[in-house]
Design a protein. Structure first.
Length: 231
């Protein structure tokens, strides 16, 4: 189990708090840019609807537009974000949905209660030494056969970036640019089975390609089989 609030969570939370309003105004619907993104979310929705009433957790939910689109596709969903200001804006924009503050490395959820987990552009802020804890939490909280959908920017050589300014605000935000193969291997090490990988080229003003990884928890496996905790 990771410590509740390591430095990277505090830094990420403070950075997104600082830029939340400008970010939400700039990206009221980040899925509007490319039909591939929407197609992947639609495929994920079809897979997890069969697990209802077990909900889907949108981890790194930001202003809430991804959770809202998944809700429109008939999936019970709630959002989790490390930024209290992002959670506040998501609640204002989508009052019919539930959002709360939390971290994917230590989910305040019982074992085996999620039909799916979605983390779009959020594992990029998790350092390498904390990624196994996050994926262990995914496996712990998923129902048997539950699915995970990840999306992230990457460079073929991997790498790390740090932004100290965005939208005119000082921030301290790290980006970990892992390859699809690296993330797939980390999922496998956590006991999650890779199902599909899709890579698309940058569109609009994007600078890097995007990878979508779909994985699932093995059927017939109890929620805490990976050594996670119940609540």
């Amino acid at each position: 189990m990771s410590e509740p609030n390591p430095d990277f969570i505090r830094a990420t939370s403070a950075s997104y708090d600082a830029i939340a309003k400008e970010y939400a105004d700039r990206f009221p619907d980040g899925l509007a840019f490319d039909p591939v993104d929407r197609a992947m979310l639609t495929a994920f929705a079809e897979l997890v609807r069969g697990r209802a009433p077990a909900p889907v957790a949108d981890l790194g939910s930001g202003p809430g537009y991804v959770a809202a689109r998944l809700h429109d596709l008939g999936v019970p969903v709630f959002g989790v974000d490390v930024s209290p200001r992002m959670v506040e804006l998501a609640r204002e924009a989508h009052p019919h949905l539930r959002f709360h503050v939390g971290s994917m490395t230590s989910l305040d959820l019982p074992d085996g209660t999620l039909g799916g987990i979605m983390a779009l552009y959020s594992i990029i802020h998790v350092p390498d030494d904390h990624l196994p804890a996050a994926f262990a939490e995914f496996r712990r909280t998923l129902v048997p056969g539950g699915h995970v959908l990840l999306c992230f920017q990457f460079d073929e050589g991997g790498g790390h970036l740090r932004l100290t300014e965005r939208f005119g605000h000082p921030i301290d935000l790290d980006y970990h640019l892992r390859t699809p193969e690296t993330v797939s291997a980390a999922l496998t090490a956590a006991g999650l089975l890779p199902v599909a990988t899709t890579v698309r080229a940058p569109v609009e003003d994007e600078k890097r390609p995007r990878a979508f990884l779909l994985a699932r928890k093995p059927d017939g496996e109890a929620g805490g089989a990976a050594g996670g905790r119940g609540r």
